[in-house]
Design a binder for this molecule. Structure first.
Ligand SMILES: *Cc1c(COP(=O)(O)O)cnc(C)c1O
Length: 228
């Protein structure tokens, strides 16, 4: 089941990338394993998954500890409270959800203690919905500039969660807007800021995301099935 799901997704990534003139190797699959028990995550790793995405710190810590013998990369993709920074910096290679200076300062402080350069993405609330995490689009450049001064953080790109999950034709403008913002920030050549990653696209809309430049697609349901 898992193997078949993964093979199907890889095939769709390849087809979509080829269809829009991109190299499929430039699209990395983040297998979103929130609420999935450790044994099944292990099966996914053994079936070839190399990046796992987790939303909850405590749950992730247990899995990462249990699966530490595998050379996989763990990404934090959920909403993050500053008081969890210490754990997140210890556990994760990339944090997708940095959306405010106070959080960045805390992550920077914890990374400094570990003598680590923590890779992060800036989460942008591209749709402007009030209830949603992410920095407002209009404030994103200022936030990037402020965070770029923090020596133990390294900005690698942007992340977004569009509205209308799983309605591909409706999410396209949001993905396109994130790509445009990324291009704009890249053109500013801010020291200590890379704009090489665009984290966008989930089970229902990853093909549209790839067509709009996604380099990290975050897929849970299509790999592991419906979450309980
Ligand atoms: C749960 C989650 C996903 C995966 O969603 P699916 O629709 O199951 O693929 C992706 N990104 C984030 C931030 C999530 O919380």
């Amino acid at each position: 089941m898992l193997k078949k799901n993964l093979a199907g997704i890889k095939q769709r990534i390849q087809n979509t990338a080829h269809g829009c003139g991109r190299d499929p190797n430039d699209v990395k699959l983040v297998a979103v394993s929130k609420t999935v028990e450790t044994e099944r995550v292990q099966q996914a790793i053994e079936a070839g998954v190399t990046i796992l995405g987790e939303n909850y710190v405590q749950e992730a810590r247990d899995k990462i500890t249990a699966l530490s013998r595998y050379p996989v990369s763990w990404h934090f993709i959920g909403h993050l409270q500053s008081n969890k920074s210490k754990y997140v910096v210890r556990l994760f290679d990339l944090i997708h959800s940095v959306d405010r200076l106070k959080l960045a300062q805390e992550l920077n402080k914890q990374a400094r203690k570990l003598d680590k350069i923590q890779n992060i993405l800036i989460q942008v609330n591209i749709s402007g919905e009030a209830a949603k995490s992410g920095i407002a689009e209009a404030a994103a450049i200022d936030l990037v500039k402020e965070i770029s001064a923090l020596e133990h953080l390294s900005i690698q790109g942007l992340m977004t969660m569009p509205p209308y999950f799983n309605e591909p034709e409706k999410v396209k403008p949001y993905f396109a807007a994130l790509q445009k913002l990324s291009d704009l920030i890249r053109s500013l050549n801010i020291v200590n800021v890379n704009m090489q990653e665009l984290s966008m696209g989930m089970t229902g809309d990853f093909e549209v995301a790839i067509e709009n430049g996604a380099t990290l697609i975050r897929i849970g349901t299509a790999i592991f099935g419906e979450r309980l």
